[in-house]
Design a protein around this ligand. Structure first.
Ligand code: MG
Length: 223
């Protein structure tokens, strides 16, 4: 078993109970999606079964239509957090990671139009690549950079300081709804530059210039 499969978030003893995601948390991404920045964070869940480590293939279901990459800074929850103030929330940050919120965009758009949830569009197996964990002191979300290239072409590059809601504000808001447990993962939203992934692509994503995610994109064999 690979080293990455024995540690968070792949160790059965240390798996997230949930992956909490935030949408529309960068103004330019909300604009490219034709959306206004909402008054409260847009929160949704991805299933932990979607997690894959650095190096594993992203598998695109043939029935999913266009599938997009969304590179995001991830917060690893270190302590139980419930109804926390913005001031208290940072004390629960156990570490950081880099993640890709892989999204079946056509299915998500259709769901939005019908008022349906996004669980299918966001929830296919392999739709949540997550890097090795970094210590809490290793990343400053006010100044960090996240980048994603597809087959050597730069697609996304942003400063996490441009988030609409800061990490403490997100953790405070999410914890006002659902208790965050140690090991849970919070994805803080994608900056602009989202675009398609197709079989044959290679993906590289970086946090503060360090390459933390490398993936090949393959077609999922139909049922
Ligand atoms: Mg996202």
């Amino acid at each position: 078993m690979a080293e990455s499969a024995r540690s968070w978030p792949f160790d059965p003893q240390d798996r997230p109970t949930k992956i909490v995601c935030v949408g529309k948390n960068y103004a330019l991404h909300a604009k490219e999606m034709g959306s206004e920045v909402p008054r409260h964070p847009v929160v949704f869940l991805k299933p932990p079964s979607a997690l894959i480590p650095d190096g594993a293939d992203i598998r695109i279901p043939t029935e999913a239509g266009e599938v997009h990459h969304e590179v995001e800074l991830g917060v690893i929850v270190g302590k139980r957090l419930s109804r926390a103030s913005v001031e208290a929330a940072p004390g629960a940050i156990g570490g950081w990671c880099l993640a890709i919120d892989v999204t079946a965009r056509e299915m998500q758009t259709a769901a939005k139009q019908k008022g349906h949830p996004w669980a299918v569009a966001k929830g296919f197996d392999t739709f949540c690549p997550v890097s090795r964990p970094l210590p809490a002191t290793a990343v400053d979300p006010r100044t960090a950079t996240i980048e994603l290239d597809v087959s050597g072409e730069p697609r996304q590059a942003a400063r996490t300081g441009d988030m609409v809601w800061s990490v403490p504000e997100l953790l405070s808001y999410i914890s006002s709804v659902m208790t965050l447990e140690p090991g849970d993962l919070v994805l803080t939203g994608s900056p602009e530059g989202v675009g398609p992934l197709v079989p044959g692509d290679s993906v590289e994503a970086r946090l503060d210039g360090a390459v933390l995610l490398r993936h090949h994109v393959v077609a999922r064999v139909p049922l």
